[in-house]
Design a protein around this ligand. Structure first.
Ligand code: PLP
Length: 438
């Protein structure tokens, strides 16, 4: 049965009422949050996971389902911000991790998995003759940037307003005070003319251009082909190392978004699902670049990290990429996401509510605005209250997404699950149409 439209008149009232319902429905998560705040600032140890009034605490995941402390079940449409591609209990991943666990997990030596994972990754991604592993996407980018600076003998990094490349490389609302203090030059995403001016102005000092071929955290904004090709050409012209951050987007085709675009960067950074759900990062590139890390060479660039080759990530990564997320499966998931995006956008039109779902394939973002989106700044037409209302209302209907409207699909989701998402979205638009339209 459809929910009647709430009696709300304004977005603020609708959000306040949704928060009241949420607080009543989640007493145990609330108590846990209050208790956690005694020793964790804000009850939190990962900023993105906080949202007001307090986040739900998850106690278990199974397939594509999550279960919280208050006994609610959710369909997981967040997919751990793309790291959860395989879901919560994939038998191939579980078996690989159990096997690795039984053979010892802190070997302090090269293990039998790491070269296999390197081969699998290099076979997939055209820009990578060689890779090295680390522990997170943030580290991947830091390593790639440091390598670019060392290789070129230059200092500056071109990044884009609104981009997110990790906790210490965040440019979401201007540069974060927690950022690594590289000298940065800023471009506007999808603005090739303005960016080329910046590149020409700083050509002699630019070591690298760091760019996501689709901005993920910035609002799932695809890079326009002429923009990315323009960066490619300018980087070649000026001897700047072009780095594609494919921490999120590498899942969008068998060869990542670079293969869909037909543009090959000098280096690529990875993370998230490629470790099978374990902590993971990797950076790779042409042999001429990556050879500089060969520790048998006297001028080798150092790249250390106790857990760089940790056996659980390596083993889970190998199992995932070789037996589960095959090329066919990667292509099929992108098609599934495109179909979902079309259904959601159609619902907005049907209800006359300003809905715009952006993204590619299995990485999507909900915006509540008609204004076109080419740059992160364009998403500011969606009020923060609309994102919060959508998030709480989907939670109330058993659908787990991110506060900012971000959705990442995972392999165990079924057609029934996609229907459930569409039904919940439909219901949310009916119930909150007036507030979201006002
Ligand atoms: C594009 C991109 N780069 C880098 C990172 C950082 O990865 P990690 O959280 O593993 O450090 C993220 C994380 O969301 C990301 O989306």
């Amino acid at each position: 049965m459809r929910a009647p439209a709430y009696r709300n008149i304004s977005l603020e009232d609708a959000l306040r009422e949704a928060e009241e319902r949420y607080i009543v429905a989640n007493p145990k998560s609330r108590a846990r949050h209050v208790d956690a705040a005694r020793h964790l600032p804000g009850g939190n140890t990962r900023s993105i996971l906080f949202y007001p009034p307090f986040p739900v605490t998850m106690v278990r995941g199974d397939g594509a389902r999550l279960f919280d402390l208050d006994g609610h079940a959710y369909l997981d449409f967040l997919g751990e911000y793309t790291a959860g591609l395989y879901g919560h209990s994939h038998p191939a991943i579980q078996a690989a991790v159990e096997r690795a666990l039984k053979s010892g997990i802190t070997l302090g030596a090269p293990n039998t998995y790491e070269a296999e994972l390197a081969e699998l990754i290099c076979a997939r991604f055209a820009s990578c003759d060689m890779v090295r592993f680390c522990n997170s996407g943030t580290e991947s980018n830091l390593n790639a940037l440091s390598a670019a600076r060392a290789l070129t003998g230059r200092t500056h990094i071109l990044v884009f307003d609104g981009a997110y490349h990790g906790g210490m490389l965040s440019f979401a609302h201007g540069p974060s005070p927690a950022n690594i203090p590289f000298p940065y030059v800023f471009g506007r995403y999808n603005d090739i003319e303005g960016t080329l001016e910046q590149i020409e102005r700083h050509a002699g000092e630019l070591a690298a251009i760091l760019v996501e071929p689709m901005m993920g955290a910035g609002g799932c904004i695809p890079g326009e082909p002429q923009f990315l090709q323009g960066l490619r050409d300018a980087a070649t012209r000026h001897g700047i190392i072009l780095i594609f951050d494919e921490v999120m987007t590498s899942r969008l085709s068998p060869g990542g978004l670079q293969a869909m675009l037909g543009i090959t960067p000098d280096m690529t950074t990875f993370g998230k699902y490629l470790g099978g759900g374990m902590s993971f990062g990797a950076f790779g590139g042409r042999e001429a670049i990556m050879r500089r890390f060969d520790p048998s060479q006297p001028d080798a660039l150092p790249h250390s990290g106790t857990y760089n080759n940790n056996v659980l990530s390596m083993a889970a990564g190998v199992a995932g990429l070789s037996t589960v997320f095959t090329s066919d499966v990667a292509s099929a998931l992108t098609e599934t996401g495109e179909a979902l995006k079309a259904r959601l956008n159609a619902l907005g039109e049907r209800h006359g509510v300003p809905v715009q779902v952006t993204g590619i394939g299995s990485i999507l973002c909900m915006h509540f605005q008609h204004e076109p989106i080419h740059q992160p700044q364009d998403t500011e037409h969606t009020p923060a209250e609309a994102r919060a209302l959508f998030h709480l209302e989907m939670l109330a209907r058993g659908i787990y997404t991110a506060r900012r409207g971000f959705v990442a699909l995972s392999l165990p989701l079924t057609n029934e699950d996609y229907d459930a998402f569409v039904d919940a979205f439909d219901d949310v638009l009916v119930a909150n149409g007036p507030a979201l339209t006002a």
